[in-house]
Design a protein around this ligand. Sequence first.
Ligand SMILES: [Zn+2]
Length: 283
Amino acid sequence: MAQNDIVDTTAAYSSPNASPLTLTSTPDTALVAAAKALTSARYVVAMTGAGLSAESGIPTFRGDDGLWAKFGEPRMDGYKRFLDDPHGWWRREVTQTQDPYVLELRRALEQAQPNPAHHALAGMERSGVVKTVISQNVDGLEERAGLTRLIEVHGNRSKYRCIGCGRRTPRDTFVPPAELPPPCSECGSIVKYDSVMFGEPVPPERMAAARAEIDRADCVLAIGTSVTVRPVSGLLWIAEAQGATVIEVNPNETRLSGVCDVVVRAKAADALPGLVSLLSAGT
Ligand SMILES: [Zn+2]
């Protein structure tokens, strides 16, 4: 099976919530079923995960090719260590002496470009098919592709955030801050990257905003998410429990696959442009 082929799912669905849309039989049938579900929905929310970023060359943490397999799993108390010594953390940042996996991730983030799936998703927002995108990624590629109704629950590495007042500001890429740790111009507290560190709570207002969108959604499009990162992944289960139609686009089976109404077993960069074509053709 070619990896880029859009194939139907062969998984057996036993969920009581599974609908006839689940029963796909040819490669394109899953996409057609997804397009029909999207057009018949009242309020579609998309959720994106690391798989979407991986298609832009950003390594994932988990998985056989992930950063943790290569460098070992890092300590999960990154935020505590930042709070204990923000000056030292920033010193390591500007001298590029952070953990090796951080340096590799940073290099990939700096080179990454939005892929066809990001652009297709932006097109779906412009045409009104998708109302909001909840992103678990920190690369900012959704924003760069032109998405505007975007909730970046884990932050955006191209921005700074004050840990005191929460103010987000764009950063001048690759220019080290003049003062370490950089102070917030608003409240004088400490500024860090907007991206959520290990052990750092997701800013509650972002989770609340994401939950509010899930509560409005009667259809959720889960793109490239492994459905393992808490608390965000829980939103998909909430959507499913609330009766939303759940569409998964993922080359790999996930814990969510068995309860999805439609599974498009493909890379997002292959599936989403095809989905946009079907939507514009009025499928
Ligand atoms: Zn502040």
